[in-house]
Design a binder for this molecule. Sequence first.
Ligand SMILES: [Zn+2]
Length: 283
Amino acid sequence: MCFLCDVKHSAWQSRRGFLQAAAGAAAVAASAPLLAQVDVGASSSLRTLVPAGELEAASTQEYTKLLSDARAKGTLAPPGSAQLRRLRHIAGRLVPQAAQWNDRAKKWRWEVNLIDSKQINAFCMPGGKIAFYTGILTQLRLTDDEAAMIMGHEMAHALREHARARIAKSQGTSTLLSLGSQLLGLGQFGDMAASVGTQLLTLRFSREDETDADLVGLELAARGGYNPQAAVSLWQKMARVGGGGGNGPGFLSTHPSGPERIEQLQANVPKVQGLYLRARGQS
Ligand SMILES: [Zn+2]
């Protein structure tokens, strides 16, 4: 899930010195791809404090649990569901665009599932585990292009490893020390994976992460052949349903759809329009 950041500034300051030192030791630079059309910087180097493989394993565990709970309640869409097939078709066009943003994505076992719930929500957990709730499709009456924009946005959170960076920022110093040791080959990993698994569904992303996901998601969807203008109509719909102030339920409360967000997306549409047209020409 995708929430706005609530990291406490004061707590953050006390850990900052350690984090900077550890990040310096462990950082591996990762830039936006050279051919990217949207202007985003490198992913946060802090994310390297949390081992990606362990986080992806924890994510898979949490996702499996979510699906089995939904199956038990009879709310997991069956493979024959028209809406699920529609989502999987969209993913089939977006996933091939993913690896240019994160090399690890080549090895991810992407999954897309649909849960019957009135909640307006969707997410992509680390490692490519995607879920949509029926509420976001029906209440917003999403076109395929708009659903692709949401999927692209959520995939971008995973590809840009926002959860990994967010967890690094939220862990206590002692945990980070053990993580740092592990990364440097000095110690055991312990049960970090189990402890972060439960955090994955309640993570809050920062506004910077949200902007990053908006732009990377816009480009992913355009490269997949989805009309970038739909990013604008999507957030206009969000604004109508959520009142524009971020006071709506679920996804809407954590993704405020103000004029700034819409204006920024609109300004970026021309940058990816060529990618969209090229993808359509090839399809
Ligand atoms: Zn988001």
